[in-house]
Design a protein around this ligand. Structure first.
Ligand SMILES: Nc1nc2c(c(=O)[nH]1)N[C@H]1C(S)=C(S)[C@@H](COP(=O)(O)O)O[C@H]1N2
Ligand SMILES: [Mo]
Length: 325
């Protein structure tokens, strides 16, 4: 984690808000053509040339744009999304996952859903891809370190999967367990975190429609460094709650032990809701820098409660969010 003392909590000036530029909206249009919501032979050809000039050879993933999450914020560039990563199994430097994660084998892949459920199951990747219609949702991701990105994720609400396994009356939490394979993940030999990487949500958080079982981004299947082939995206919580390369989902009665909470309980709580009023013990959480737009050290944006996703506020009614950080 970045260790830096933040001194000024700068406020965004209207002049610094980047207008949605023509290039981005054109790209959006081209992508929509490519995923089939607009059809025209000549533009499709153009789309094939341009829209997926991202990772050469990457498998495309068709999705329907979910208008409820079609943000008008400027999206973070694909290059930044895929080269500035936290994925400690592949190294702790931001550029290491992109360099090292090619050793991750994402097929065959299975996810076991088990624990306090009536119908435990093991699903392979094709079953997961078919389980519910894939949507594109543009979510902000706010890392606890003080930076954020805006990413067009592809996936569907995790609730689709949880409903299938039928949580029983003991089901209070959901635990997400990442792959931990020394052969594929070179940095597992360093004891920086408890492996496998484990995260958790309360069952109502896991069932909330915002919680996205994520299978792709920017029109493609997930790049390995972003948590291929399946990860979570929980946009109102700090980024570390969004576990990558998930192999097991366990519904539990008791509060799960999570990797960051075990590593440093005074700094990383179970809830980890984005909250500008609760500072990290070593730095402020009141502001953030947007990757690719703000300067490397400047935090130009005010961080919003729940990262701006106020629809989740009712999940915490009556809770002291300073105590349950
Ligand atoms: N398995 C695993 N999942 C993980 C991490 C990790 O190190 N290992 N890092 C987390 C952190 S701190 C962040 S900010 C996000 C980053 O996701 P991104 O690289 O796709 O932006 O992944 C989260 N999920
Ligand atoms: Mo993070």
């Amino acid at each position: 984690m970045l260790i830096k003392k933040q001194t000024s909590d700068t406020i965004i000036l209207p002049s610094e808000i980047t207008p949605r530029d023509v290039f981005e909206s054109r790209r959006d249009f081209i992508r929509r053509v490519a995923i089939g919501s607009i059809a025209s032979a000549s533009v499709i050809e153009m789309a094939q040339r341009e829209a997926f000039a991202q990772t050469p050879g990457a498998q495309k993933l068709a999705a329907t744009i979910n208008p409820a999450y079609a943000s008008n914020e400027k999206k973070t560039a694909y290059k930044d999304v895929t080269s500035y990563n936290n994925f400690y199994e592949f190294g702790t430097d931001k550029d290491e996952p992109a360099v090292n994660a090619h050793t991750l084998k994402t097929r065959p892949w299975t996810v076991s859903i088990e624990g306090e459920v009536n119908k435990p199951m093991v699903l392979d990747l094709d079953a997961l891809l078919k389980l519910a219609p894939i949507e594109e949702r543009v979510y902000r991701l706010r890392c606890v370190e003080g930076w954020s990105m805006v990413i067009p994720w592809l996936g569907y609400s995790l609730s689709n999967l949880l409903k299938k396994v039928e949580p029983n009356s003991n089901a209070r939490y959901v635990e997400f367990i990442s792959l931990a394979d020394k052969k594929q993940m070179p940095a597992i030999r360093f004891p920086v975190l408890q492996w496998p990487y484990t995260e958790g949500l309360r069952i109502d958080e896991a069932m909330h429609p915002l919680t996205l079982l994520t299978l792709g981004l920017y029109g493609e299947v997930l790049p390995n460094q972003n948590g291929a082939p399946v990860r979570l995206t929980v946009p109102w919580k700090y980024g570390f709650k969004s576990a990558k390369s998930i192999v097991k989902i366990r519904v539990t009665k008791d509060l799960p032990k999570t990797s960051w909470n075990v590593a440093n309980p005074s700094e990383y709580g179970f809830y980890s809701n984005v909250n500008p009023e609760v500072d990290h013990p070593r730095w402020s959480q009141a502001s953030e820098r947007r990757i690719g737009e703000d300067g490397f050290l400047s935090r130009k944006r005010k961080t919003l409660m729940f990262n701006g996703y106020n629809e989740v506020a009712s999940l915490y009614a009556g809770m002291d969010l300073k105590k349950f950080y």
